[in-house]
Design a protein around this ligand. Structure first.
Ligand SMILES: [Zn+2]
Length: 683
């Protein structure tokens, strides 16, 4: 009698089933995305979504495609299930972590449906398997003196036991989930002071919960050190400020944030179950790591750092613990194919560097490492297994990089190369290389973008008509919407959903009010979602289908930027973002020059509007400025957060304006506010 997957799908949680009888949780959707902070983006309170259009069942073509996956991959290899449960200590019996206000910051009870051993026809069996693995939650021992909290958020929090206290690596996304993780540790291992917190990189799922595990006061008092890679604060704040609203909206698609949980809805996030919905915080590092090989000894524990910039984040670092022969690979070696270009949008990542730093880690630690763990998913134990994993991940990114360039140099274009490249079986058959978060297809496109950009060099594509204009023309040339839809239905009967979605997109952009057309495209996207192995692709397809059927949910009022991240923005970032908000056409012909004098930080700026363009110069004041503003940095932060207004602060004596005060009001009137819910699948 062998071990089967059924033996592992108990997820170390006992009490969750009792609560699962409730309705599927539909999470709020306007919030920060894990791979960065959309600092300047409005993030509203949790908002109820509208009643979704009813998802359909899998078609025979989809059921067949998903059934075929079961024969293509080594489902009888259960090592990941063993690793994901090894060292389990305890978890929260109820599976829910609440905010002070009583809403759920985290809720695993909505995923009880995953206890069904085999995938239903509406879910790719490979993704179903990962969705089950990511249900493992609680406190786990990795090795002597190293623990992890997993399944309490999208990411993991690692706990290192020092001589007197503990050190925490990556305190999750929300104050609430990080606190719950630390409390669980205390309950099991006893209360010990937090001596240090590490941020492995700049994404919010690796620092947002810091105020759940320590406080600004304790950090300022020197009781707790905060360490991160050089450039942490700047990149944590800036990576998504400039394009923050666009990234937030796009992130809803890849995480399926407001989809219902279920076998026809969101089943996983690829990196973890989902994004927690508590309070996001930030405390600036008190110490930064500037080069590979640097070490620190904290509370009797030696740590060796490796900087890995330009890989999964602009700045990132791995941490090696020689006393325990343990490597924390941060997020550069997770048991998935990661993305080289996140679907929410970001500056593209570097596959070559990624492979290089994995190779470097093998060289640095390969002779002695016994266990590798990361800030997502579960560890791998045993030197041989660790090495084969790291080598395989290295070769995964290098293969995608090199083969894309090889075909690029033979003249193939982005879409063509993405259709041509498949992994060799030696990489493809390893579960830890499967595309649950990235995918080979979109990672190839990322490599192409990195080297050559969007233009495929064919001048026929250099200046296409807009989607609406070309949609109207295509549909007209094809004999009108009814003629197109008749042909599309025939193709859908054959299972050709990719083409159906591509063509119906033209019809919907030509006739956005035509619900029949929208529903037909939704049907095609939905089947593509059901077949997708990547959680991110599934979520994107299903959100697209939802919005075509039902329309996009409306946000419940404008939120505000997180106070911690706003405070961490430099004034140049603040003025740069103001430039992004300037409505160029409305500013036509206007000239405004404002002096800014920040009395608390001693910084001065000239802000200059001309040619419909906003620029600034630091360290100067213009003698002929229209007005001079004197205030503190704290005052401008409060105004930006909407806690007060400039006029109120002037009246209270906290700000002063000399010269033509109307010019400031005029400039503010030229700034756009961004809607967090712009259209995506419709014009
Ligand atoms: Zn992460």
């Amino acid at each position: 009698m062998g071990t089967s997957r059924r033996d592992f799908i108990k997820w170390c949680s006992t009490g969750a089933a009792a609560l699962a009888a409730g309705l599927p949780t539909r999470r709020a959707f306007a919030r920060q995305e894990p791979e960065g902070t959309a600092t300047a983006t409005p993030t509203g309170p949790p908002t109820p979504a509208p009643t979704p259009g009813v998802p359909k069942d899998a078609t025979p073509a989809t059921a067949q495609a998903n059934a075929a996956v079961s024969n293509e991959l080594p489902f009888d290899n259960l090592e990941d299930f063993q690793d994901a449960q090894r060292g389990f200590v305890a978890t929260l019996p109820e599976g829910i972590i609440k905010t002070d206000a009583g809403s759920a910051a985290w809720d695993l009870t909505a995923y009880e449906f995953l206890k069904q051993e085999d995938a239903p026809p509406t879910v790719n069996p490979s993704l179903w398997r990962m969705a089950q693995l990511n249900m493992n939650n609680g406190l786990f021992q990795v090795t002597d003196r190293i623990y992890q909290v997993r399944g309490f958020d999208l990411s993991n929090m690692t706990i290192i036991e020092g001589d007197e206290g503990i050190m925490l690596i990556d305190p999750l996304i929300s104050r609430e989930t990080a606190r719950a993780g630390l409390d669980l540790y205390y309950q099991q291992r006893g209360q010990r002071p937090v001596m240090a917190v590490f941020y492995t990189h700049t994404h919010v799922d690796h620092y947002g919960g810091v105020k759940g595990v320590t406080s600004e006061e304790d950090v300022q008092a020197g009781k707790v050190q905060i360490l991160g890679p050089d450039g942490f604060l700047e990149h944590a704040v800036s990576e998504n400020v400039m394009a923050g609203t666009a990234m937030s909206r796009r992130a809803q698609y890849m995480y399926g944030t407001y989809l219902s949980r279920g076998e026809r809805g969101q089943v996983d996030g690829g990196l973890g179950k989902a994004v927690s919905l508590g309070h996001t915080t930030l405390i600036a590092p008190t110490d930064v790591i500037t080069e590979t090989g640097e070490t620190r000894v904290i509370d009797g524990v030696e740590i060796v750092f490796q900087l890995t910039p330009g890989t999964e984040a602009p700045v990132e670092m791995t941490m090696y613990f020689p006393q325990f022969n343990a490597l924390d690979a941060a997020e550069i070696a997770c048991p998935v194919l990661h993305n080289l270009l996140t679907m929410r949008g970001a500056q593209v990542r570097d596959a070559k560097k990624w492979a290089h730093y994995l190779n470097e880690a093998i060289g640095l630690y390969g002779d002695e490492v016994d266990v590798v763990f990361a800030q997502h998913h579960w560890p791998r134990w045993g030197q041989d297994r660790v090495l084969s994993f790291l080598k395989s991940q290295r070769d995964l990114y290098k293969y995608i990089h090199d083969q894309t360039l090889r075909l690029m140099n033979q003249g193939y274009t982005m879409v063509e190369i993405a259709e041509m490249i498949t992994l060799p079986a030696s990489l493809d058959q390893q579960w830890y290389n499967r595309g649950y978060y990235g995918s080979v297809n979109h990672d190839v496109k990322a490599v192409y973008q990195k080297y050559l950009g969007w233009y495929d060099a064919n001048p026929a594509t250099l200046h296409p008509l807009s989607p609406v204009e070309s949609g109207i023309k295509y549909v007209e040339y094809m004999g009108g919407p009814q003629a197109v839809m008749a042909r599309v239905r025939e193709d859908m009967d054959k299972g050709d959903y990719r083409w159906a979605a591509q063509v119906m997109n033209h019809v919907v952009f030509a006739y956005p009010e035509d619900q029949e057309a929208r529903n037909l495209e939704a049907d095609a996207l939905e089947q593509l979602g059901y077949q997708a192995e990547a959680a991110t692709w599934r979520n994107a397809y299903l959100v697209g289908a939802f919005e075509l059927r039902t329309g996009a949910p409306q946000p419940a009022g404008a939120g505000t930027a997180s106070p911690d991240t706003l405070k961490a923005m430099t004034l140049p970032m603040f003025f740069d973002y103001m430039g992004v908000r300037l409505n160029g056409p409305q500013a036509d012909g206007k000239t405004i020059v404002l002096n800014w004098d920040f009395t608390d930080t001693g910084e001065t700026y000239i802000l200059n509007l001309e040619n419909s363009t906003l620029t600034y110069m630091a360290g100067r004041q213009a003698p002929d400025a229209d007005a001079t503003l004197t205030l503190t940095r704290a005052t401008i932060d409060a105004i930006t957060l909407g806690q007060t207004t400039f006029d109120e602060e002037v009246a209270a004596g906290n700000a002063k304006i000399e010269g033509d005060g109307q010019k400031l009001a005029e400039l503010m009137g030229l700034l756009d506010s961004f809607s967090p819910m712009f259209n995506i699948v419709t014009p």
